[in-house]
Write a protein of this length. Structure first.
Length: 296
């Protein structure tokens, strides 16, 4: 019935796998847990030990880092059931009924179910405020709001999907980069996949420091722009991309690019500081994509 698939990179999954195994066992359904070490150099033996101690659980060890997209494809190919539940290694179910809540939707007409993201109400370290504040403001969104535009907030750290659909769509993603959830969401929309969002969140714990996350923001925007210029986004629900396209249509992208050249250092100082401003983050993203597009 259910394949629970977890890509892992340098992260301990002992607590997650133990909790998921308990919940799946209590649900009294056929299940398997498959993990993949994606070129990890840390926690490999620890993770192998906990997985090997459990029935219906296995771990694949890759000596090279394939990235999450390819790792999920490998996990899908090794799975034995028609429904796939993907979880990132750095999450933990918010509810002790997490598996049961997901299973309730398997017999519905929906083909992909997104459970949502949550963050503990604990003040983060000063050098990790950017990722935390972004998550609290833009990712921690209830299902009612997410269902208004079901292809917009698609977080791959916690989603259930039919195997056939996942394999077809994920195999179309040929690049290795950060921030490909938007591309997967666009493929869901383009192929008219019936998506449901539910309030069945996981807590996100793997929060990067501000400098690392800002670098990931730049990587995400570079990838987004490349996909757009290569006409890979035939349909999408990405607000940043939609605004960029509108600005470009009216030649206002030149102004935003010039703004980035003048103020990027000022914005970056705020974003890597202890009190990053989310409006500045959004302005940074918009001006950066305009700047990159003009290839200065």
């Amino acid at each position: 019935m259910l394949s629970i698939l977890i890509p892992v990179y340098n992260y301990s999954i002992s607590s997650l796998v133990t909790e998921i195994y308990k919940q799946a066992t209590d649900a009294k359904v056929s299940f398997e847990i498959i993990c993949i070490e994606d070129g990890s150099t840390k926690f490999v033996q620890e993770n192998r030990a906990i997985v090997d101690s459990l029935k219906h659980a296995s771990i694949i060890v890759s000596n090279k880092n394939n990235g999450r997209t390819k790792s999920r494809q490998i996990l899908s190919e090794h799975s034995n059931f028609n429904w796939l539940l993907f979880l990132d290694a750095d999450v933990m179910p918010k509810s002790d009924k997490f598996i049961i809540k997901h299973l309730k939707n398997i017999n519905s007409n929906y083909e992909a179910i997104y459970g949502g993201f949550a963050y503990k109400n604990i003040k983060p370290q000063k050098n990790k405020t950017l990722r935390y504040n972004f998550g609290k403001n833009f990712e921690e969104v209830n299902a009612k709001k997410r269902n208004l535009n079901p292809y917009q907030i698609v977080i791959s750290a916690n989603f259930l999907i039919k195997k056939a659909i996942f394999s077809t769509l994920n195999s179309q993603i040929k690049i290795k980069s950060y921030g490909l959830d938007n591309f997967f969401g666009a493929l869901l929309k383009e192929n008219k996949v019936n998506v449901l969002h539910i309030d069945n969140e996981v807590y996100h714990f793997g929060i990067e420091n501000n400098k690392i996350y800002l670098n990931k923001v730049q990587e995400f925007i570079t990838t987004l722009l490349k996909l757009y210029n290569d006409r890979m986004f035939l349909e999408h629900s990405n607000k940043l991309l939609s605004l960029f396209v509108s600005l470009k249509k009216y030649k206002l992208n030149f102004l935003l690019s010039f703004f980035y050249k003048l103020f990027n250092k000022v914005m970056e100082r705020n974003l890597i500081g202890s009190k990053p401003n989310m409006f500045i983050l959004q302005l940074y993203k918009l001006s950066y994509i305009c700047f990159k597009d003009l290839d200065y």
